[in-house]
Design a protein around this ligand. Structure first.
Ligand code: NAD
Length: 481
């Protein structure tokens, strides 16, 4: 079994703790790889190397160097994409077909940002004959990029690629469960020799140790975090002491609002696909299906049939559509939400752990559909992060909007109707960073995404996503005229 080290100051090195942690295959319980259990001292070394790289290399002020490095990294990942997809699937448990999509999306994020590295422009203005203003965009400095395990490759690149493109230097702290796939990507970057030492660094380990040390370090200028709302709140509170910039991509509990005039089969199957993908462990999961009363029972029947036809299986099996969930703890959390749904509503299908072979050694759970729960029930309010769809009923457009907005989250939403006037009207009233009309989960490297309310702060992807990683400076010139 391979042991990955930290990548600090351009060299692979073990943690000062001498300890490692294992990532465990969620479908079999077997260890997949080892990564370092790093310490605050490791973080200190990485931060010092990052600061020195930011201050003494050409990286922050040479855009074609950055563009070339990002583009070459994308090419290297492309060349190794199948091996990377397999490692991702083994470490995270996601079906191999989904792992391939994730790797391809990460390559796309790198390529987009390799172009954007050469497009960081400012503005000028000329308010009086003697005055010229130059608004220039500068990199922020040392950025900690803290990532989750659910889409560990794409979500890494979604922040890291614009962070580097803008001229910053980065220290990456991946989730413990997906340290190996992150390190494998770093191996490819290191081999290129295009990132000056200290520009791109990896420190693996526990959130409460490595993550905390990065957030608390006075020499880290910004924290880009993707993960749970609770951890994001803690990071924001700690970062406030140093008025440190934060970009937060947090949890979601996203609705698909389905009107009676929609293409019902398409709406329900798209919503189901979005919540059963990655076994529901996806921030943008369409975990709430709000259906107009006249087609409610039809929608329930369609959701039941979709869930029951889903092929749950081993991640590396090409025919698998849904794999296990990440851990036993996560599985137990999901089961307790399901029990609450059973108590306060109706289980339409699923609801149990799968225990017969070949599922007996992994964290497998049935695709589950719950209906008829009140809006204040935890299965409607909380992000379950499991393959659980909650179906709710509405009788008017007004009620649909009220229900859709009735959680603390505001990440994304879908609206399904043939009436474009209504689609736009409702889209403007939903509190969500992205609203898809007659579709769902359509994301692009060039289109911003991010959360309203407690789903986050700032935007990732696109031009705004790049600008999150810049400071804006006004340089003013007074002329003798
Ligand atoms: P998590 O919040 O538990 O962990 C995320 C990362 O933060 C990990 O690397 C973890 O080690 C680190 N961390 C934990 N405690 C920390 C601390 N005190 N200080 C600094 N870092 C710390 O989340 P997770 O379980 O890995 O991922 C699932 C969550 O992420 C879900 O809530 C999901 O919705 C959210 N998510 C959001 C998006 C988005 O784009 N909005 C995308 C993916 C996942």
């Amino acid at each position: 079994m391979k042991t990955y080290e930290n990548y600090i100051a351009g060299a692979w090195q073990p943690s000062s703790s001498g300890e490692t942690c294992e990532s465990i295959h969620p479908a079999t319980g077997h260890p997949v790889a080892r990564t370092q259990s790093s310490t605050p001292q490791d973080v200190e070394r990485a931060v010092a190397a990052a600061r020195s790289a930011f201050e003494s290399t050409d990286w922050p002020n040479t855009s074609n160097l950055r563009s070339r490095a990002l583009s070459a990294w994308a090419d290297a990942i492309e060349q190794h994409k199948e091996a990377l997809a397999r490692l991702l699937s083994e470490e995270n448990g996601k079906p191999i077909r989904e792992a391939r999509i994730e790797i391809a999306s990460a390559i796309d994020a790198l390529r987009y940002n390799s172009i954007m590295a050469r497009n960081v422009f400012g503005r000028t203005f000329h308010p009086t004959p003697d005055a010229y203003g130059f608004l220039v965009r500068e990199p922020i400095g040392v950025v900690a990029v803290i990532t989750p395990w659910n889409w560990p490759v794409l979500l890494l690149m979604r922040d890291l690629a614009p962070c580097l493109a803008a001229g910053n230097v980065a220290i990456v702290k991946p989730a413990e469960r997906t340290g190996a796939i992150t390190a494998a990507l770093f191996e490819l970057a290191a081999e290129l020799g295009l990132f000056p030492p200290g520009v791109l660094q990896l420190v693996t380990g526990k959130g409460r140790v490595v993550g905390d040390a990065l957030v608390e370090s006075p020499d880290v200028d910004m924290v880009a975090f993707t993960g749970s709302t609770e951890v994001g709140q803690g990071i924001m509170a700690k970062a406030s002491r140093g008025i440190k910039k934060v970009a937060l991509e947090l949890g979601g509990k996203s609705p698909n609002v389905v009107f009676a005039d929609s293409h019902l089969e398409r709406a329900v199957s798209t919503a189901c696909r979005s919540v059963f993908m990655t076994s529901g462990q996806i921030c943008m999961a369409g975990s709430r299906l709000l259906v107009e009363a006249s087609v409610y029972e039809d929608a329930l029947a369609l959701a039941k049939s979709y869930a029951e036809s889903l092929r749950v299986g081993m991640p590396l099996d090409e025919s698998t559509e849904m794999g296990p969930v990440i851990s036993e703890t996560q599985l137990q959390t999901i089961l307790s939400f399901i029990e609450e749904g059973r108590r306060r509503g109706r289980i339409i299908t699923g609801g149990r752990r799968l225990t017969q072979p070949p599922y007996d050694r992994g964290n497998f759970i049935e695709p589950t559909v719950i209906a008829d729960v009140p809006v204040n029930c935890s299965v409607v309010q909380e992000e379950i992060f499991g393959p659980v769809l909650v179906v709710e009923r509405f009788t008017s457009e007004e009620e649909a909007v009220r229900l859709a907005n009735a959680t603390r989250y505001g990440l994304v939403a879908g609206i399904w109707t043939q009436d474009l006037n209504r689609a736009f009207r409702v889209a403007r009233r939903l509190q969500a960073g992205t609203v898809w009309l007659n579709g769902y989960n359509r994301n692009y490297a060039e289109a911003e995404s991010g959360g309203y309310k407690m789903s986050g702060l700032g935007r990732s992807r696109g031009i705004e996503g790049l600008y999150e990683f810049t400071e804006l400076k006004h340089i003013h010139l007074t002329l003798d005229v």
